[in-house]
Design a protein around this ligand. Structure first.
Ligand SMILES: Cc1cc2nc3c(=O)[nH]c(=O)nc-3n(C[C@H](O)[C@H](O)[C@H](O)COP(=O)(O)OP(=O)(O)OC[C@H]3O[C@@H](n4cnc5c(N)ncnc54)[C@H](O)[C@@H]3O)c2cc1C
Length: 400
C-alpha cells in the first residue's frame, strides 16, 4: 500500500525540498549523516537554527504571532519529513518543542518577550531538568526544592539524565515549592540559567562514545522569582501539557522512514557467502515486517494529525505512538547493524570530514550506524518508559 498526498501538498513538498537543499551546508549535512560523537554537534545545531530563523522557519509549528509559519499539520509533517530526509541537524528540541509551547501558553508577557526570541533565533541551548535519582517514572516524587525568599527562589537538589546540560545556556526545571499538599500540587516550573553559582554539571560517559547525558547538582542556587512559569504549584500541569503537546513527535516517524531506507541500502550493498543480504529470506522477512510496521505507524500519525476521532483521549494516542515508534527505532537500527555484521563494530568518531573514500571494508553507509544503534537502546526509556506508557494506555483507553 502506498500513501498518496493531495497535489497541492506534493507541490509544497517539492518547494520545501528545494528550499532545504538551497540552505543546508554540505559539511553540516555530512556530519549529521554520520551521526558520530563530534564537537560540531552543538554549534551545528545552533547554526542550523539561525539559518532557518533567517528564513522565518526555525519554529514553524508555533503560532504565527510568535514566529510560526501558519502551516497546516500536514505541511508541518512534510517539512519535518524533508528535514530528516536531507540529513539536516535536529531542532533544539528542548527550546523549540518543549519549553516554547509551555511559555507561549502559560508564561507571563515578561517571560515570553525575554525567552521566545532567544529560542526562535537559535541563540541558546536548553536542558530539561525533570528526572532525579529515584524520580524518573515516579516523577511526582521529585525532591529538588525551591524555597521562596523575597524575590528569589533558593534551589537545592539533584537532577539526572539531563540531556545536553553540559552545553546548555538555560534549563527548565521541575522543583518542589510546597511540601504540604499532595505531591503533584507542590511542583513548579522554573527557568534557570545554567551558569548560576551553585550549579555543577557532571557528564555521564555513554557506551556509544558520547557524553550527552548529565547529572546536575543544585546547591543554594538563587533564581529570580519572575523566572517561575505561570502559577506556583502548577508545574505538574504544565509538564503534562509539554509531554502531550507534541504527541506525534515521539513516534520518530520521519527518522524511522529515513533509516529504514538506509537499512535497505546497506542490505543491498552487503554480501554474505556471495549472496546479497537483501536476498536472504530471513532478513527479507524481518525487513518486510519493519516496513509494514512503519506504514502502520505513519498511518496512525496521519490519523492523529487529521484529528480523526479516536476511541480514547489524545494522551492515549501519544502513548501508542511512543511505544510503537520507539520499538521501531530499535528494530530499524538493528536491521542496519545486523546487515553490516562485523563492519558495524567499527566506530568512526575520529574520522575527518570529508570522510576517506569509501572502500569495500568501509562502505559509505557504515559511519555512525553503531553509535545510533547503541543510544537507541534508550528509546524505550526516555520521554516515559515503555512500561509506563502501557500503564497510561491501560488507564486511559481501557479504564484499568
Ligand atoms: C537517553 C536518555 C535521555 C534522557 N533525557 C532526559 C532529559 O533531558 N531530562 C530529564 O528530565 N530526563 C531525561 N531522561 C530520563 C528519563 O525520563 C527517565 O530515564 C525515565 O523517565 C525512566 O526513569 P528512571 O530512569 O528513573 O527509571 P525508573 O523509573 O526507575 O524505572 C526502571 C524500570 O522500572 C519500570 N517501572 C517503573 N515504574 C513502573 C510501574 N509503575 N509499572 C511498571 N514498570 C515500572 C520502568 O519502565 C523501567 O523499566 C533521559 C533518559 C535517557 C535514557
Amino acid at each position: 500500500m502506498e500513501l498518496r498526498l493531495d497535489p497541492d501538498l506534493e507541490t509544497f513538498r517539492t518547494e520545501v525540498r528545494a528550499f532545504i537543499d538551497s540552505i543546508l551546508p554540505a559539511d553540516m549535512k555530512e556530519r549529521q549523516r554520520r551521526k558520530v560523537a563530534n564537537n560540531a554537534a552543538v554549534p551545528d545545531l545552533l547554526e542550523w537554527m539561525r539559518i532557518l530563523h533567517a528564513h522565518g522557519r526555525s519554529v514553524p509549528h508555533w503560532p504565527q504571532e510568535h514566529g510560526g509559519c501558519g502551516w497546516t499539520p500536514m505541511q508541518l509533517f512534510i517539512f519535518n519529513e524533508e528535514l530528516y530526509k536531507a540529513d539536516a541537524p535536529e531542532f533544539d528540541w528542548g527550546g523549540t518543542h518543549m519549553l516554547g509551547p509551555v511559555l507561549y501558553t502559560y508564561g507571563s508577557d515578561y517571560l515570553k518577550d525575554r525567552f521566545l526570541p532567544m529560542i526562535r533565533q537559535g541563540a541558546t541551548m536548553w536542558a530539561q531538568g525533570f528526572s532525579e535519582p529515584g524520580s524518573g517514572s515516579d516523577l511526582a516524587s521529585l525532591r529538588t526544592s525551591a524555597e521562596r525568599v523575597g524575590d528569589t527562589y533558593i534551589v537545592n537538589g539533584q537532577k539526572i539524565w539531563t540531556s545536553g546540560a553540559a552545553h546548555a545556556d538555560w534549563g527548565f526545571f521541575l522543583v518542589r515549592t510546597d511540601r504540604n499538599v499532595k505531591p503533584q500540587r507542590g511542583i513548579s516550573f522554573l527557568i534557570v540559567k545554567m551558569d548560576t553559582p551553585g550549579i555543577t554539571v557532571r557528564q555521564i560517559p555513554q557506551i556509544n562514545g558520547e557524553a550527552h547525558l548529565c547529572e546536575v547538582f543544585l546547591d543554594n542556587v538563587e533564581v529570580p522569582a519572575d523566572q517561575l512559569i505561570g502559577e506556583p504549584g502548577m508545574g505538574w500541569t504544565y509538564a503534562k501539557f509539554l509531554l502531550e503537546h507534541e504527541r506525534t513527535t515521539s513516534s520518530f516517524i520521519y527518522w524511522s522512514k529515513r533509516e529504514l531506507a538506509r537499512a535497505k541500502d546497506i542490505a543491498l550493498g552487503e554480501r554474505v557467502g556471495g549472496r546479497r543480504v537483501a536476498d536472504d529470506p530471513a532478513f527479507r522477512a524481518r525487513f518486510a515486517r519493519a516496513e509494514a510496521d512503519l506504514l502502520a505507524l505513519e498511518w496512525s500519525v496521519l490519523r492523529v494529525l487529521a484529528h480523526e476521532e479516536f476511541d480514547a483521549p489524545e494522551a492515549a494516542a501519544a502513548s501508542v505512538l511512543k511505544i510503537r515508534g520507539s520499538e521501531l527505532q530499535q528494530e530499524v537500527t538493528m536491521l542496519q547493524v545486523d546487515a553490516m555484521g562485523a563492519k558495524s563494530l567499527r566506530f568512526f568518531d575520529a574520522a575527518p570530514v570529508p570522510p576517506p573514500a569509501p572502500t569495500d571494508a568501509w562502505p559509505d553507509y557504515a559511519p555512525g550506524r553503531t553509535t545510533v544503534a547503541l543510544i537507541n537502546r534508550a528509546a524505550t526509556i526516555y520521554g516515559g518508559s515503555k512500561q509506563i506508557q502501557k500503564n497510561i494506555l491501560a488507564k486511559l483507553a481501557f479504564g484499568i
